[in-house]
Design a protein around this ligand. Structure first.
Ligand SMILES: *Cc1c(COP(=O)(O)O)cnc(C)c1O
Length: 474
């Protein structure tokens, strides 16, 4: 592709994305295709000769779009948001154009230094303790996902607990880790990958508000110690995936401190809310954390993938993941004056992710980002108010931020029917969870373009579906 052709197609594609965002709210949110349908529309064999770029673009519309679930629709209320924005996509474009590998400082100094700088900004923007900044003993790094952050945290903690032995000879099967039953599955998975063993990752009971119970944690740790095991790692979640429950960080942190355990705090979605001082209440006790992560790719207008991962002691992380084969030796690294982010993550290669975050922060400014987050929380609270006042529906838990868990009073079948109906109509997309065994509907507000009118229409559609199930069939 010549530079001229790239310019032409590139401009057309930017228009395509802008048009897509303009019209996405008119498309059925949940893709309605059946399994195999998209593949059947694709040619069985790759083209042996190059094709017109125009025909590629036209297939984008005719083949690919029908198979898209529209995460960027303002009517997307499922799971958690994965929002994006103009500055983010443009930052991604530059990153792709530069195509740098940021594994070492020397392989692109700006890639490393912008990342360090933006992570320090993030720590400041969200009110994190000084220990998480690069100017102290810790620092931040961008990971692809909260799952990777959890794995790196667990490996660093494992190494610390065994004085480096687990990196040489493996684990002895006696290390144990802890989280609540509501913690994200990525922690359980990390325990498997890190050689701790899923069986040794204890899922502890929660209190009435679905929060990790610090007393249960202390008891489990002591019982394991008494049985000759070696407790080493605890995860506390700020905003669980299922119901947005907030584990009590300070109380959990006290247990970790007195028992000598690594505390990892997972704030995947809700961590973004901490850019607003009034929502930092959920991070009270974060100073106990050895590591912490949250995902701007969920709720900070930065497209996937972008997870901010902070550690209080970077030496522990680097020791556990560092490698230095001859072909990567260089003066900057030997001098010790630079950070090499390949030592802060599982893969060697890494992309220039900080660009899109930098674009986003500079475009909106901290105040602009706060306004957007507050708007989402306000919309969720209004919705919760409508549920509270309705006769047919009830709140399952009080929403702390932007996720509303609610249900029809008619039981699981009624709620399943409502879910099927609204998702089948395509005008919005909701998902569910189970709370105390009961099917619960979740409305998660966080899409970049979601306005009051979208939440109002969602409520109207949900109520209508609720009425429809009460009407006798006939
Ligand atoms: C979404 C979520 C994750 C997983 O995030 P990825 O970045 O997709 O790995 C982990 N923890 C919590 C609490 C989440 O909500």
């Amino acid at each position: 592709m010549t530079a001229e052709e790239f310019r032409r197609h590139g401009h057309a594609l930017v228009d395509w994305v802008a048009d897509y965002w303009d019209r996405v709210e008119t498309l059925p949110v949940l893709s309605q295709v059946s399994p195999g349908e998209i593949r059947r529309r694709l040619p069985a064999h790759p083209p042996s000769l190059g094709e017109d770029f125009e025909s590629v673009l036209s297939d984008l519309d005719s083949i690919i779009l029908p198979g898209i679930t529209h995460w960027q629709s303002p009517n997307f209320f499922a799971y958690f948001p994965a929002n994006t924005s103009g500055p983010s996509v443009l930052g991604e474009l530059v990153s792709a154009g530069l195509g740098v590998q940021g594994m070492l400082w020397s392989t692109s100094p700006a890639c490393t230094e912008l990342e360090t700088h933006v992570l320090d900004w993030m720590a400041e923007m969200t009110g994190l303790p000084e220990t998480f900044r690069s100017t102290g003993a810790g620092g931040g790094v961008l990971q692809d996902s909260a799952s990777s952050a959890a794995l790196c945290a667990m490996v660093a903690a494992r190494e610390k607990a065994t004085g480096g032995a687990s990196n040489r000879s493996g684990c002895d099967g006696r290390l144990t880790a802890y989280a609540s039953t509501e913690a994200h599955s990525s922690l359980h998975k990390a325990a498997g990958i890190a050689g701790i063993g899923r069986e040794n990752h204890r899922l502890l009971p929660t209190d009435g508000a679905l929060r990790l119970d610090p007393c249960a944690l202390r008891e489990a740790v002591r019982a394991d110690r008494a049985a000759g095991l070696r407790p080493f790692f605890v995860t506390a979640t700020v905003g669980t995936t299922s119901t947005n429950a907030m584990d009590p960080l300070a109380a959990v942190g006290e247990v970790c401190r007195s028992e000598g355990l690594w505390l990892h705090v997972d704030g995947a979605m809700s961590g973004s809310a901490a850019i607003c001082p009034e929502f930092r209440i959920h991070l009270q006790g974060i100073e106990y954390a050895d590591s912490y992560c949250f995902n701007p790719h969920k709720w900070l207008f930065t497209n996937f993938d972008c997870d901010c991962f902070f550690v209080a002691d970077r030496a522990a992380l680097i020791h556990s993941l560092s490698i230095l084969p001859e072909y990567l030796r260089n003066q900057a690294t030997e001098s010790g004056a630079v950070l090499d982010y390949r030592d802060w993550q599982v893969p060697l290669g890494r992309r220039f992710r900080a660009l899109k975050l930098w674009f986003v922060i500079r475009h909106y400014g901290v105040e602009g980002l706060r306004t957007l987050v507050r708007h989402h929380v306000d919309l969720a609270r209004r919705f919760a108010g409508w549920v509270r006042e309705s006769e047919d529906f009830e709140l399952v838990v009080e929403p702390p931020l932007n996720l509303v868990c609610f249900r029809h009073r008619g039981g699981d079948e009624a709620n399943q029917a409502i879910l099927d109906r609204v998702n089948g109509e395509g005008s919005l997309y909701l998902t569910h969870t189970k709370v105390g065994g009961a099917l619960t509907l979740r409305l998660s507000v966080g899409q970049t373009r979601t306005e009051l009118r979208h939440v109002e229409s969602a409520w109207a559609a949900i109520r209508e579906a609720g009425r429809a199930i009460r009407r006798p069939r006939g």
